[in-house]
Design a protein around this ligand. Structure first.
Ligand code: PLP
Length: 397
């Protein structure tokens, strides 16, 4: 009899993919769907990356390459990261990965022992909870609350959650799903806590470059923290390369060596020829990269304006990411809907608008009283945003 290994029971997943599946079934039945559920990007990868990769294929870069990635890319990426963040990395601090996501599990494998406690954002990217628990750690959630212009760190609660067993902090500044970002004071306080409690930090910077106003800041650039942080870097978002699978782990040499050893055991190396495309993307003309950002900004503004015009919905306008996390508590009360799945399915079936809810971003915390949904605007054009959210608004009325 087939018996799946016990440890698999601890492995979570991204339930947002189930929402995609449901939307696809609804669309196949002949219905119009407005896809706000998945953080994929429906914009083309810049020509620089495509041409660089094609040339590399023609030049025969189709065999294995070093498990840490090709040295040329590691050098260029270190320079690019330092220029944007004020850090001091060299190629020794970089292990290329097949996407941003692999850094999460590899960071945890490298630094966490079974029983160690790991602080992670909730609502947050669900893979943190999954990987911590799969590797035998204790996932300790921290959260954000509504501030004046955006969600803010619940710093008091985070401080109270630190115990003698806390070993790691996962920080996703420019956060999925809430679009939250830390201010200088919050970075300062977090840095004190990290040093005081001897913590190591995963800085998930998947959205570092997806910024429309202001300037992104890396927690790793705070005094004394470069030695304690591993940055999750990805090409997925900035270069609209989600399906190409290329990213990097960036951090102290000793940790990167361990991660590189895990690379050998897992995938041997990341795709060889795409790494040449990535060099071309980083060093070549940035016109198309900037156009991606402008398109996303226009979408954000259109979506936020419509959402805020709906009775019972309030929505922040985050400076970064491509997600919105509107508070829909008033709407649900007005419509006498008291659970997330009823709201999501009703709106999908009556309007075609497909979104995720708070339930897709970590186990709900015990005392949550407000309801939130998450809309991604990276995979839907401006006219479809207006049309779909217009239907949502009519339904809400
Ligand atoms: N981290 C966060 C917060 C994300 O939202 C995502 C993707 O949605 C990732 C990491 C992983 O991205 P990728 O593996 O495509 O680089």
């Amino acid at each position: 009899m087939l018996k799946i290994a016990d440890r698999i029971a601890q492995l979570g997943t991204e339930t947002a993919f189930a929402v995609s599946g449901e939307a696809a079934v609804f669309a196949q039945a002949g219905n119009k769907v407005y896809p706000f559920h998945l953080g994929d990007i429906n914009l083309p990868t810049p020509g620089t990356v495509i041409e660089g990769s094609m040339k590399a294929i023609q030049d025969g870069k189709t065999g294995y390459c070093p498990n840490t990635g090709i040295p040329q890319l590691r050098e260029v990426l270190a320079e690019d990261i330092n220029a944007a963040r004020g850090t001091h990395y060299t190629m020794e601090n970089i292990a290329i990965q097949p996407g941003g996501k692999p850094t999460i599990g590899k960071f945890i494998m490298a630094l966490m022992n079974p029983g160690d406690e790991v602080l992670y954002p909730n609502p947050g990217y669900p893979i943190y909870e999954s990987q911590i628990e799969f590797h035998g750690g204790v996932a300790v959630p921290y959260t954000y609350c509504e501030g004046k212009d955006n969600f803010e760190f619940d710093m008091d609660a985070l401080e109270k959650s630190i115990t003698s067993k806390t070993r790691l902090l996962i920080l996703n500044d420019l956060q999925n799903p809430m679009g939250a970002e830390c201010n200088d004071a919050e970075f300062g306080r977090l840095a004190e806590l990290v040093l005081q409690h001897d913590l190591y930090v995963l800085c998930d910077e998947a959205y570092f470059d997806m910024r429309y106003e202001g300037k992104s800041k890396s927690f790793a650039s705070m005094p004394g923290l470069e030695e304690r942080c591993v940055i999750l870097y990805t090409f997925s978002k900035k270069f609209a390369m989600t399906g190409w699978r290329l990213g990097a782990s960036v951090g102290p040499k000793e940790i990167i060596e361990v991660i590189a050893k895990i690379n050998v055991n897992d995938e041997s190396c990341s795709n060889h020829f795409i790494q040449y495309g990535a060099i071309a993307g980083l060093t070549g003309d940035q016109t198309e990269v900037k156009a991606i950002l402008q398109t996303l900004k226009d979408r954000r503004d259109a979506a936020v304006d419509i959402l805020n015009s709906i009775d019972g919905i309030t929505c922040f306008r985050p400076n970064a990411t491509f997600y919105l996390f509107p508070n829909v508590t008033g709407l649900m009360q007005r419509k006498a809907i008291d659970d997330y799945e009823s709201l999501r399915k009703t709106v999908l079936h009556e309007t075609g608008v497909s979104f995720c809810t708070r339930l897709h971003f970590g186990r709900p915390l015990p005392d949550e009283k407000t309801f939130y949904i998450r809309l991604a605007y990276s995979g839907i054009d401006l006219d479809q945003i207006a049309e779909g959210l217009g239907k949502f608004k009519n339904w809400a009325a």
